[in-house]
Design a protein around this ligand. Sequence first.
Ligand code: 2NL
Length: 344
Amino acid sequence: MEMGKQLELVLEEIKTAAETIKNNNELSDLKAKYLGKKGIVSEWMSAMKNLPNEEKPKFGQIVNEAKNQINDAIEKIRTEMDQKSIAEKLEKEAVDVTLPGRSIPIGAKHLVSQTIEVLEDFFIGMGYSIKEGPEIEQDLYNFEMLNLPKSHPARDMQDTFYITEELLLRTHTSPVQVRTMLEFGAKKPIKIICPGKVYRRDEDDMTHSHQFMQCEGLVVDENVTLADLKGTLLALAKKMFGEERQIRLRPSYFPFTEPSVEVDISCYKCNGKGCPMCKHTGWIEILGAGMVNNAVLTASGYDPKKYQGFAFGVGIERIAILKYGVDDIRNFYINDLRFNRQFK
Ligand code: 2NL
């Protein structure tokens, strides 16, 4: 058959094959069939050696031309196949950019946690370390070593959840401080705060809870005085309730401190002039404190002639209640999101 006819047939065949070819492998097979070693183009090439020399260049040119046409026809199929698969992929992976985004619910810190963090930031800035300890405590650390022997009437002040005769739910975080004094071997100075949960056998109401958070502080060193305590608490009052705050110390009693004081801040509502908030006194009680009782220092091995200390105890919820005007302490524990979200 004449070569031109053959080429026409081949191109026709390729066109038909294009309908059924599914992938690149099949296309390569098709390409090999015509352009490979045993393909028709090879046949044409070998026919060339039988031609007279003067016809060879012309014939070679024609074969080359035919070869290019076959190649182009196959590559056209490849391009179409590629384009089709890209189009399919694009359609399959299409994203509707007009869909609204999915909102990710983000939590927020509880007001009690926020308040603890403000206190922690303040005291870390003053060079304190944070110490934590167990909520189930020994009577020894919770009472005995804090100058509250079993016979002491002040123990009745703290109605306690006892687990056994000797084990109880701590009523304050003071046992953490006792443990620290023992850990420091009664030699090194101490500067710590102890935030944590404490338990009292109270009837729950608007202002009382059987469990709440407390943050106590303890500084033990040589030459520590009540003036150091007062300066520290004034700075704390300013940090928590504003730079204009003043404090006043009133004499009080705690078995573990002597002297003991109750600390008031000048009313942040009326700035001390007198209003319903401060019951027209100009002052609001925020915490208790004092100089560490010599009996407590001695029990933990610190020599009161060399070392003195001051300590204080803050109720976290009380601070938050005052600062944010919370009317019921139970709001902190029932996890009503409408309450919690107000402090996001
Ligand atoms: C309050 C008053 C206070 C302390 C806690 C303390 C701890 C050690 C030694 C001496 Cl280890 N004192 N803590 C001192 C005074 C007051 O808390 O009203 N808490 C709710």
